[in-house]
Design a protein around this ligand. Structure first.
Ligand code: NAD
Ligand code: TDX
Length: 345
């Protein structure tokens, strides 16, 4: 593959993927990104200009998408509205980008017969009980909970339909929770790290018992790169690194690593409809493509991530205040809605 279009390449996982491909191949990359609040061109700083080009634009713009897809050998589709909390307050952009945007790309790869890889999430499967030994597999029925995860589920189904109905050469992957450098400060791990670095207390939703299956973003990138080259068209691959931890444990590790007391956090109102537990069985990817994660020590990965946020204040500081202000507004809206519903609901 010589030329790849990466949608959402100025976002967290997309930018890390671009860095991974530049370091591990000879391919050149065109990034298309609308630079929403979550996109940051600085995440691509330092990459060779002769191999990485940024086109600012929206994936729902059919004319632009057709032009860009016509110039590449493959598309890797990361662009999305990605934050559950935002989807609970304003679902409309999620429907537009995640569903209409994916549809727009599918029509273009269909016209140009271009290889397509769709990036999705384990959240399409809903959640598991805390004490259930089960993990998600490729055959787990879809059961999404939030506006975010339901739009991702819809996008997965569109991809499958375009494979079956129109012969589009697509693969899909559903990955667990990523962490690492360049992650927006709205997300759990960077929010807590940057709060502590700013002298503010971390915020834990509810009891903190909810479990997420953490994977380092570089392991996600290596898995996607394998699937893009050796995956079977039409197939779905689950990506995970056996990294289950509850939120409280993760927060305590961050507090330890930053030299704070383990109870130096605020327990705040729980997320409505908060999924209890995600867990991925990545056995197929390991067996069929021989993929292995390289960063399974979560404490070591968190230490590396903390060091990155310490050293790169310039990258996250401009979005920190605005993000925390948005959380305050969301909390107020939540309280007003609860009051309007009244007692007994
Ligand atoms: P992110 O929010 O950090 O980045 C999303 C990027 O998409 C941003 O750069 C944004 O500007 C861009 N974008 C949004 N709407 C656009 C539009 N209409 N047109 C063009 N660009 C647009 O998200 P992320 O965490 O990097 O997630 C990337 C992908 O991976 C998403 O598809 C998400 O569903 C999936 N995923 C994320 C995780 C995770 O833990 N973060 C886990 C599994 C899957
Ligand atoms: O301040 C917080 N406190 C807190 O306790 C925040 C922001 C989150 N949480 C909890 C909620 C979740 O149980 O931490 C956990 C992780 O939260 P997020 O970082 O918002 O991630 P999550 O909702 O699990 O979804 C993530 O993983 C799957 C990504 O945002 C999705 O894009 C991906 O599909």
């Amino acid at each position: 593959m010589e030329r790849i279009l990466v949608t959402g390449g100025a976002g967290f996982i997309g930018a890390n993927f671009v860095r991974y491909v530049i370091a591990h191949s000879q391919a050149s990359i065109v990034v298309v990104d609308a630079l929403t609040y979550a996109g940051n061109p600085e995440s691509l700083r330092g990459l060779p200009a002769d191999r990485v080009q940024l086109r600012i634009g929206d994936i729902t713009d059919a004319t632009l998408v057709d032009e860009l897809v016509g110039e590449v050998d493959a598309v890797v589709h990361f662009a999305a509205e990605s934050h559950n909390d935002n989807s609970l307050h304003d679902p409309a952009p999620f429907l537009n980008t995640n569903i209409v945007g994916t549809y727009t790309l599918l029509e273009a790869v269909r016209r140009h017969d271009v290889r397509f890889h769709h990036i999705s999430t384990d959240e399409v499967y809903g959640d598991l009980e805390l004490d259930d030994p089960a993990r998600f597999t490729e055959t787990t029925p879809y059961n999404p909970s939030s506006p975010y995860s339901s739009t991702k589920a819809a996008s997965d189904l569109l991809v499958r339909a375009w494979v079956r109905s129109f012969g589009v050469r697509a693969t899909l992957s559903n990955c667990s929770n990523n962490y690492g450098p360049y992650q927006h400060v709205e997300k759990f791990i960077p929010r807590q790290i940057t709060n502590i670095l700013n002298g503010e207390r971390p915020k834990l939703y509810g009891s903190g018992a909810n479990v997420r299956d953490w994977i380092h973003v570089d392991d996600h990138s290596s898995a996607v790169w394998e699937i893009l080259q050796r995956g079977e068209v039409g197939r779905t691959y689950l990506i995970g690194a056996d990294g289950e931890k509850n939120n409280r444990e993760v927060l305590e590790t961050i507090l330890d690593l930053l030299g704070e007391d383990r109870d130096a956090f605020d327990s705040v109102a729980d997320r409505p409809g908060h999924d209890l537990r995600y867990a991925i069985d990545a056995g197929t990817l390991r067996k069929e493509l021989g993929w292995r994660p390289q960063h399974q020590d979560l404490a070591a990965g968190l230490a590396q991530t903390i060091a990155w946020y310490r050293e790169n204040r310039w990258w996250w500081e401009p979005s920190k205040r605005q993000t925390e202000d948005r959380y305050v507004l969301q909390e107020q809206a939540h309280q007003l809605a609860a009051a309007a519903e009244g007692p007994g609901r």
